[in-house]
Design a protein around this ligand. Sequence first.
Ligand code: SAM
Length: 284
Amino acid sequence: MADNKGILYLCATPIGNLGDISNRCLEILNEVDIIAAEDTRRTLQLLNHFGISKPLTSYHEHNKKSKGEYIISLLLDGKNVAQVSDAGTPAISDPGEDLVRLAIENEIDVTSIPGPVAGINALILSGLSASRYAFEGFLSTNKRNRYEHLENIKNDTHTLIFYEAPHKLLTTLKDMQEYLGGERKIALARELTKLHEEIIRTTISGAIDLYSEKSPRGEYVLVIEGASDIRNDDGVFWQDMTVRKHVDAYINDGMTQKDAIKATAVDRNVPKRDIYAQYHEIGD
Ligand code: SAM
């Protein structure tokens, strides 16, 4: 530990349920000299709830350059600083990473007080593969960047994790359908750790149908299955396969039999019932 410099603590706070704050986080918030908060008003509510009284300074996307320098000067002066975002873990789709970089450049010790991350909780609840995943954060509001992003990941075999605001959800799902395909499995995790927590497990096109009829409400994480290896071969992996093997390949890849039959029918451009009949009755 550097001798007379302070320590920067990255403190994770709850993403809904206040009971999720850790004892260590409360201890650190009580001990530090100052708390750098993304939204001081929101953090004040949190501190009041836990009876903590501490000086606060704002540190967010729009003041991070000047405030970053100020916070570093405090740390260099021996003050201990806790950084908190509005919810969850700092630096995860939130301000924090620039401050960490600055601290490292100034040889200031940085440590983390771990806690909730919406994306990880959505991933473990999704039922999709959690062994290899990619955190994609928010898609850009700039159409070109957004399409480029989706184009770049369409063949990624990792499970994909996105954050999205409710008012942009339907547009995002439609863009995902276009680039990733409507058949992909998706889990929409909303209001995690809150009273109305809900996990909707469906396909991208199923989610579009759902939210074309009712408005999305609350905060969402979208967890989407990665591109399967078999679909990476430009969709012609099945060329030399029997119908049965074609359907089984999808099933082995994690699809239900119903979805596998549907996907096979789409690939071969024939009615689903023909595939169904061949798979169940005639066989190959
Ligand atoms: N730093 C946070 C974390 O560790 O997850 C993420 C902050 S990011 C600005 C906010 C986004 O996280 C929301 O738009 C939503 O996508 C997701 N999020 C945060 N809390 C959530 C919750 N309780 N349920 C579902 N998604 C949540």
